[in-house]
Structure formats: structure tokens, C-alpha cells
Write a protein of this length. Structure first.
Length: 332
């Protein structure tokens, strides 16, 4: 089992019930969530030692965040306290042909307002994998510089760097993300990316004839030979509540694909990508074969779609049993 650290913003999530809209809803379901925190919780559920670094206010909502993380066994020694508020986001639950919608209310949050690292340099000592996402540098120019410095410190301490590009068009522009990725990708060892990331952020042209994602991963690796492993999912959207999910993995030239999971109905899609990323990191830490790794990660993501909230609530044993037994069977 590996020792891991994730870093990012955790927020209060308020979700509508199915069939309600944010503007007209008179009640919301509350959860805590954020990409890197979700990854940390999954990794803890899988049996890894994992810490989460962030900053939250010194109030009841901040207390709730800490209790939420500790409930699942995530270490909170690098969970800073201070600042003015906890960021919030609203999820308008999709159904049928109507897609889910997200409304952010995160400006001025404790994490977003940080201007430099407030963590000790020894934070990275003994860390095997440092996981981040493209959401953090989208928050401010200060965070763009700070994240580079943190990644450099992690590399110097011997950690591998995991990046989920996780582009959020409501937080920054495509061009801003593109320019920043050119700065950070040379430090990355494991990267969540796919066809659109290759085309939009790395200017990789489409091939002359139709091909699988191997072509794009080969091309991305030529641009960034330091990245030894790429991963991503292909999602066929039948409706907001009916998807078909397939995982893809490129590892030092070897390309593998998972079985396809039919997810119908979807209870909650938010956090599915984070569960997938955590499944990949779990496989890396356990030195799983490429096929075992992608099977586990995709199954973890599929199961996440079946529970409410941001975080995956399944153990490694439960996911492996799901892979072995198939879907829909009663476990007695």
C-alpha cells in the first residue's frame, strides 16, 4: 500500500431532488465534496494511508469538513484553518434528456484566497504519490504559481505526481488552461487525459483515419515523455440517468480497455471521475497488471454512480467482488 497526499479545495455541495430546479427548489441535500478530497476518501477506503491538504474556515462548516474526512480515515494534519468562508456549489440534478447543471459560489473562499503555500516543507517526506487536479490553478494566478512550487517540492522529495486535467470551463478559459498545462505537465508522472484534452490543450491533430485512443496517448507521450501512464474514460450518454462507461489506460506503450459498464439508472454522477482516478492510483500503488488496474478503476467509478454524494463509499474488497460477481446479483 502506498502513502499518498492529495491537495485541493473541498466545498459544501447543495443538490436538488430529481425534477427540481435550483431557482425554484425550497430544499437541498447537503454533502461535502471536491475532486481531490473525493480521491483521498476513495484511497482511504481502499486501505491506503492518505492525507488531504486544504484550507477551511474556523467555523461549524469547517468542523463538518474535518469530521467528514476523518469519518473515512483521511489524515487531516495538513487541513489548515482560517479565512472567511467555505466555498459552496449547487447541483441541479439531471434526468432524462436534461443534463445536470452546476452553479458555483466559491469566490472568496478560504482556499481560493491563499496567496502562497502555508504548509511545512516536510509535508512531502515519505509520500509516494502527490495527486492534484486542474481545478486548483483555475482559481487564481497565485494558485497557478503556488501549485508549480508544491509540485517541484514533491518531486524533490521523491514523490510521483498525479494530475487529473479536470478542465472546468466555468472557472477559466481554454487558452488559460492550455498555457498552464504547458508549465505543469513536464513534472507529471500519471495523467488523466483523453482525446479532447489531446486535441484542445496539446494541439494534437486528428489522424487521417479513425482510430482508438492509443493514437492520442502515443502522441501525448511524445510531447511529454516524462508521463509514464495516461488514463481516462469513454462515456456514452444515452440520457442523464443512463450511461455506458468504459475505461482506457496507456502505460509505457501498452494500451488496454476495460469492459463496458451499463449504468442505469444513475443515482449521482458527480465524483465518478474521482473514483476512477483513485482506482488507478490504487492499482499503481499495488503494482497491479494494466488490465487488473483498469478493470478495478472502471468498476469503482461505475459503483460510485449508484450512491448519493461526491465520494465513493466502497472498499477494495467490495469492488473486486463486484468485478467477480457481475452486476445486479444479491450478495448473501
Amino acid at each position: 500500500m502506498g502513502k499518498m497526499l492529495t491537495l485541493g479545495e473541498i466545498m459544501l455541495r447543495l443538490s436538488t431532488t430529481v425534477g427540481e430546479r435550483v431557482a425554484s427548489s425550497n430544499q437541498f441535500f447537503a454533502h461535502y465534496g471536491g475532486g481531490e478530497a473525493n480521491v483521498a476518501i476513495s484511497l482511504a477506503n481502499f486501505g491506503h494511508t492518505v492525507a488531504f491538504a486544504s484550507k477551511i474556515p474556523e467555523n461549524a462548516l469547517g468542523d463538518g469538513v474535518k469530521q467528514h474526512l476523518q469519518r473515512y480515515g483521511v489524515e487531516c494534519r495538513y487541513l489548515l484553518r482560517g479565512g472567511n468562508r467555505l466555498g459552496t456549489y449547487y447541483v441541479e440534478t439531471g434526468i432524462g434528456e436534461r443534463a445536470a447543471q452546476v452553479v458555483y459560489d466559491r469566490k472568496g473562499s478560504s482556499f481560493a484566497e491563499m496567496t502562497k503555500s502555508e504548509w511545512p516543507t516536510e509535508m512531502f517526506e515519505g509520500i509516494d504519490i502527490f495527486h492534484i487536479s486542474g481545478i486548483t490553478p483555475a482559481l487564481s494566478k497565485n494558485w497557478q504559481q503556488t501549485l508549480i512550487e508544491l509540485v517541484q517540492a514533491a518531486k524533490q522529495a521523491g514523490a510521483k505526481i498525479s494530475l487529473d486535467i479536470n478542465f472546468r470551463g466555468k472557472l477559466w478559459t481554454t487558452d488559460e488552461a492550455k498555457q498552464y498545462l504547458k508549465q505543469i505537465l513536464p513534472y507529471v508522472d500519471f495523467c488523466s487525459a483523453g482525446k479532447l484534452d489531446a486535441q484542445v490543450f496539446m494541439d494534437i491533430p486528428a489522424p487521417d483515419k479513425e482510430t482508438d485512443d492509443r493514437y492520442y496517448y502515443d502522441q501525448m507521450n511524445q510531447l511529454y515523455p516524462n508521463i509514464e501512464l495516461f488514463y481516462g474514460t469513454h462515456r456514452k450518454v444515452i440520457s442523464a440517468s443512463h450511461n455506458i462507461l468504459t475505461g482506457r489506460l496507456w502505460h509505457q506503450g501498452n494500451y488496454v480497455v476495460s469492459q463496458s459498464h451499463i449504468i442505469d439508472p444513475i443515482i449521482d454522477r458527480v465524483g465518478g471521475g474521482d473514483a476512477f482516478a483513485a482506482g488507478v492510483l490504487h492499482g499503481i500503488a499495488n503494482q497491479s497488471s494494466d488490465q487488473e488496474l483498469i478493470a478495478f478503476a472502471t468498476a469503482a467509478s461505475a459503483l460510485k454512480h449508484t450512491v448519493h454524494g461526491d465520494c465513493n463509499l466502497f472498499s477494495a474488497t467490495e469492488i473486486n467482488d463486484f468485478i467477480k460477481n457481475g452486476s445486479g446479483k444479491i450478495v448473501r
